[in-house]
Design a protein. Structure first.
Length: 285
């Protein structure tokens, strides 16, 4: 544990998922709630821990051969449509090759054939080598919209990816179904680091990622007819600013595109001889 806490390579930043593919200022709710108010454990209860005051949550991964699946994950009890979702993640420090720390939203608790999903996956690396962040989008069970960025440094609220809602039929934008928010840690050394060449070094286990300051400024789903199903002008996510980047954000976004993108499915014509339709949409309008 001490080894991890003192590591210089630990990255601390706010990972932000914006379901409406937009950015806006968010006001922190600031209320201290306990884990059980808003979350439940998905698997491996014994690989989950909180700090004494309950405000920091730890997920750990080891190769406990007794466990059906090592690693751990938690999810929100509520589902949401539209909004600003944020949490501070502290990734595994030091040699984290093979380990994936995920922060994602999904309409289901599982890989169902009709799920919509938005992924942020942090791919670990050997000591001193950069983490990568892989993002992806699923609509009705179909994904394949990966981008990968280097994660050299991070500034809160810098948009790394803009994914446009073009608002037409068959638009590949996951906006119809409410989603849970998930966090998890797992072993993916068959693909995560240098394409699976770098294996997880279990001598360094347990691998621990931590989480705090979960915040949602969004539309919580309520059956049968949620308040947020139609557009009003009452909520911040219905305002122009929520659907567009500011000039500063555009500059930051352009810088990220130039300097940190290492994979973009929209440029991968070997994989997609005919590029998916959304690739031709401008992120700016
Ligand atoms: C968290 O749980 C509390 C208590 O059930 C609830 O009032 C609140 O709306 C929940 N927060 C979110 C962001 O879902
Ligand atoms: C962890 O798992 C690997 C692969 O299954 C095995 O070779 C290794 O001995 C295990 N290590 C420990 C500490 O259990
Ligand atoms: C979603 O996927 C399911 C299963 O593949 C399919 O039957 C259904 O028609 C799809 N729905 C839409 C709206 O495309
Ligand atoms: C890990 O580091 C290597 C060497 O710098 C780099 O090529 C790779 O993209 C990094 N990240 C992952 C997840 O493989």
């Amino acid at each position: 544990m001490e080894r991890r806490a003192s590591s210089m390579e630990i990255l601390l930043f706010t990972a932000t998922l914006v379901a409406a593919a937009s950015c806006s200022s968010s006001q922190a709710a600031g209320s201290k709630s306990s884990f059980d108010d808003n979350f439940s454990i998905m698997w491996s209860e014994d690989h989950f821990k909180t700090s004494e005051d309950g405000q920091i949550w730890y997920l750990s991964l080891d190769n406990d051969t007794e466990a059906f699946e090592s690693g751990c994950g938690f999810q929100t009890k509520q589902r949401y449509r539209f909004g600003w979702f944020s949490m501070k993640l502290k990734l595994v420090g030091g040699d984290s090759a093979g380990v994936v720390t995920a922060y994602y939203m999904c309409t289901e608790n599982g890989a169902g054939p009709e799920r919509d999903e938005l992924d942020f996956e942090f791919l670990g690396n050997r000591s001193g080598q950069p983490y990568l962040i892989q993002t992806n989008v699923y609509k009705n069970g179909t994904g394949g919209r990966e981008m990968r960025h280097m994660l050299c440094f991070f500034v809160d609220k810098v948009p790394v990816r803009v994914y446009k809602n073009a608002d037409y039929a068959n638009n590949f934008f996951p906006n119809e179904k409410p989603m849970y928010l998930f966090s998890s840690i797992w072993n993916a050394d068959d693909w995560a680091t240098r394409g699976g060449l770098e294996k997880t070094n279990w001598k360094n286990a347990p691998f621990v990622s931590s989480y705090k300051e979960f915040n949602v400024e969004g539309c919580q789903w309520e059956d049968p007819y949620p308040a947020c199903v139609s557009t009003t002008t009452k909520n911040w996510w219905d305002q122009y600013e929520a659907w567009h980047l500011s000039d500063d954000q555009k500059m930051d976004f352009a810088w990220i595109q130039r300097n940190l993108v290492i994979y973009d499915y929209c440029k991968d014509t070997e994989r997609y001889p005919k590029l998916p339709e959304e690739c031709s949409l401008s992120p700016w309008e």
